[in-house]
Design a protein around this ligand. Structure first.
Ligand code: SF4
Ligand code: SF4
Length: 474
């Protein structure tokens, strides 16, 4: 028995698929994929999800609160706004935790639910299958018409179709790149670039054209190759999936031996797969899912719809291709979620709760107090010593902030600000210095713990701890 093929499926299957990938022809050149347009419940659900997704993608940069953007990812100026809250580079801890959460989330989600993200949520697939591919079906017609058009000579009809399709493609790519730019620089800046003379915003305008060109190239030509050879997430599938992962899978126990049933054949001699090839025809990455889980499968579920329709026609139960795990197929079980999947979901939920707690407890005004470097202490008189401190405060709000610095402990300590009081302009930083004078009798040795309270509008908003340095013999 072959351990890689315990059910001996190989006897029914042409194994040559192992020698090549579906998008490269025998001559080694790119084989253009003309997938049939799917129809069915999964495609309808994906369509609904993508409408929501596209509304959010194109709408979020326009959302404002009190005239300020609700979402901004300005990597150039290191300014990030999420749900109206401004995040500074000083919020690195949150970003670090968010990144770790994201990576663990991606790995665990993939282990539990396979590559469902690729087919249902990834912008590449949503734009490719739900926007550009639909435009193509609309202008060029069905997959069969597209093949015919490709092989036909350059007639007026073909020229008009090609020009109009690529003009629309470029226009949509231009919209996408402008929206991405709006996430980076904000819609106000974007509209300035659009409305002002080009010479004023040469840099922004050039970026716009470059990104539009990149998106046009990806969706008009590169297409499924992004998922097959460029995307690192896709490359990692092999190490993240296991036998319990939920994937788009062909029930080989039910389907094999595949083949048409002819009049007079014993119905028991064949499995449920009638070898119609519909699951292959709708596949946007040109694979045959009956060969098992493959790197190229983006879990778009188009083959599920196609096969369900075939099963309805031949009066067999739906679900020959379905979202399930290899474990369930091999063991012929319909049992719900495995304990390991539930454990993954629990860990993912916990991570999300931690992240939300971190974000919601984040401070809008953040202060750091450190002793001025290179200076020990000053003896003011026999009973008092002073230390010089540096205070840095970040105002992450859109309002001017006035702060008062008070000492909570030790008692008798006095703050003497150098220069103006603490006034911080919106979205800016304050750098100042102050002396702290301590009576000798409250000092607890060489280092004395000091606790400051920061007040805003009479309310204590932050506690900062530091040390006061005194003489060694104190
Ligand atoms: S095998 Fe099915 S789920 Fe996978 S990419 Fe092809 S059509 Fe989509
Ligand atoms: S669509 Fe279903 S019946 Fe047709 S070849 Fe694919 S698995 Fe077999």
């Amino acid at each position: 028995m072959n351990p890689d093929d315990p059910f001996n499926i190989g006897q029914h299957v042409d194994q040559s698929y192992r020698d090549s990938i579906g998008t490269i022809g025998p001559d080694g050149k790119r084989k253009w994929v003309f997938p049939w347009q799917p129809k069915g419940k999964m495609y309808n659900r994906r369509s609904m999800l993508s409408v929501i997704y596209l509304c959010l993608f194109f709408g979020l940069p326009f959302l404002k609160h009190n005239g300020h953007p609700m979402f901004l990812v300005n990597v150039l100026e290191r300014k990030f706004i999420l749900f109206g809250a401004i995040f500074w580079p000083q919020d690195l801890v949150i970003f670090g935790v968010a990144m770790i959460t994201f990576i663990i989330f991606v790995v665990m989600f993939t282990v539990a639910f396979g590559r469902i993200f690729c087919g249902w949520i990834c912008p590449q697939t949503i734009f490719m299958e739900m926007v550009f591919r639909r435009i193509e079906y609309w202008i060029d017609g069905s997959a069969a018409h597209q093949i015919k058009l490709k092989n036909s000579p350059w007639t007026t009809e073909k020229v008009i179709k090609r020009i109009s399709k690529h003009l629309i493609f470029y226009f949509v790519a231009f919209l996408i790149s402008n929206t991405f730019l709006a996430y980076v620089i904000g819609v106000d800046e974007l509209f300035k670039i659009i409305n002002d003379p080009i010479s004023i915003h040469m840099g922004g305008f050039t970026m716009m054209l470059i990104f539009s060109g990149v998106f046009y190239f990806v969706y008009a030509w590169f297409r499924e190759q992004v998922c097959l050879i460029a995307c690192p997430y896709g490359r990692l599938q092999g190490v993240m999936l296991d036998k319990n992962s939920i994937v788009v899978a062909y029930d080989f126990k039910r389907g094999e031996p595949r083949g048409h049933i002819h009049k007079g054949d014993d119905p028991q001699s064949k499995g449920d797969c009638i070898d119609c090839g519909m699951c292959v025809k709708v596949c946007p990455t040109a694979i045959d899912i009956r060969n098992g889980t493959q790197l190229e499968c983006v879990n778009c579920t188009a083959c599920i719809d196609a096969c369900d329709e075939v099963m309805d026609k031949v009066h067999k139960p739906q679900g020959l291709i379905r979202l399930t795990s290899e474990h369930k197929i091999v063991n012929n079980t319909k049992q719900g979620m495995l304990w390991i999947t539930k454990a993954y979901i629990a860990v993912l939920s916990l991570l999300l709760i931690i992240l939300v707690a971190l974000i919601s407890s984040r401070q809008n005004v953040e202060t750091t107090i450190l002793r001025a470097p290179g200076i020990l202490f000053q003896k003011l008189d026999t009973a008092h010593y002073s230390n010089l401190y540096q205070i840095k405060t970040i105002n992450k709000t859109y309002n001017t902030v006035h702060l008062i610095l008070k000492v909570e402990s030790p008692a008798g300590a006095v703050v003497k600000m150098v220069g103006d009081s603490i006034k911080i302009q919106p979205e800016s930083k304050y750098d100042g210095q102050f002396f702290l004078v301590l009576p000798a009798q409250v000092m607890t040795g060489h280092k004395t713990k000091v606790v400051f309270q920061i007040y805003q509008d009479g309310e204590a908003i932050e506690t900062v701890k530091t040390n006061f340095l005194g003489p060694f013999y104190q």
